[in-house]
Design a protein around this ligand. Structure first.
Ligand code: NAP
Length: 276
């Protein structure tokens, strides 16, 4: 059983490059999935208040038989807890449901720019990090313009920006911006979620050369670009498959062929309108 390599964050903490996504699993399903995933080598679990499954994630953590310190647990603050000071209660609720005394990474789930509360929320995140209840702080669905506000008005640069990224939605501009500022890009919906990305013939043809599935080719694409990715599956065989991407390498020509999957700049979610 091999573990995913660790990627260093700008605050010195380390995040396993591949983790388990948990949306839309319920408490019962996710507890089983976490136990199974840990058995297959996952040490990084991604949840959110919004998913309504933090209690199940916590039950999985308790039952998995691996020390808390070896696990990397991310949760995301819901919009209802944005605004000055409100994230304190938001995080306390998550910790209680998870049965933990700290999380490894806390993210602002959406910028919700029309509410204009993400800057004051971030200032509370800075205090929460200083309190030790969260080791690393980051954001999700933030565009460069949202990050620019944080750089100008607050002290701590986010460690992570979790955004939708896959070969069909490569988000090259946003990723380059994150990288330029020392922010690790974490890919959500890395396999294309419910789209038909995995049926693309180019993935099957590249996979055949290495004895790998389309899903493994896509996850290798994330890994080779230094991205962190959180594929979701509750299928034990796929859990194993999705971690088994460190024993082959995509060539320059493979990467060029994968560029043909790019669906263009308008594909994917728009964080200015989603999540309100
Ligand atoms: P995803 O991980 O790209 O795709 C999940 C789908 O792929 C599931 O239907 C899964 O089915 C299937 N799958 C998994 N491994 C496979 C494989 N090896 N071969 C074929 N199919 C495979 O999409 P996602 O769930 O949207 O994203 C992953 C995680 O990102 C979520 O679970 C959540 O934790 C996070 N997320 C965050 C945000 C945000 O706003 N920050 C938004 C969306 C998602 P089975 O389960 O049946 O295997």
């Amino acid at each position: 059983m091999a573990l995913a390599p660790l990627i260093e964050l700008n605050d010195g903490h380390k995040i396993p490059q591949l983790g388990l996504g948990t949306w839309p699993l319920d408490d019962t399903q996710v507890a089983e999935a976490v136990v199974e995933a840990v058995k297959h080598g996952y040490r990084h679990i991604d949840t959110a208040v919004k998913y309504g499954n933090e209690t199940g994630v916590g039950n999985g953590i308790k039952a998995c038989g691996v020390d808390r310190e070896e696990l990397f647990i991310t949760t995301k603050l819901d919009g209802g807890f944005q605004g000055s000071g409100k994230a304190v209660a938001g995080l306390d609720g998550s910790l209680e449901r998870l049965g933990l005394d700290y999380v490894d990474l806390l993210l602002i789930h959406w910028p919700l720019p029309r509410r204009d509360e993400f800057v004051s929320t971030w200032k509370t995140f800075e205090e929460l990090q200083a309190s030790g209840k969260v080791r690393s702080i980051g954001v999700s669905n933030f565009k460069p313009a949202h990050l620019d506000r944080l750089f100008a008005e607050t002290d701590v640069i986010p460690a992570v920006n979790q955004i939708q990224v896959s070969p069909s939605i490569p988000r090259s501009v946003a990723r380059a911006f994150n990288e330029q500022h020392g922010i690790v890009t974490e890919s959500y919906s890395p396999l294309g979620a419910s789209s038909d990305l995995l049926n693309a013939p180019v993935l099957a043809s590249i996979g055949r050369k290495y004895g790998k599935t389309p899903g493994q080719v896509v996850l290798r694409w994330h890994v080779q670009q230094g991205l962190v990715a959180i594929p979701k599956t509750s299928n034990p065989q796929r859990m194993q498959e999705n971690l088994d991407v460190y024993n082959f390498e995509l060539t320059h020509d493979d990467l060029l062929a994968l560029e043909t999957l790019d669906a263009g700049p308008d594909a994917g979610v728009d964080s200015d309108v989603q999540g309100h």
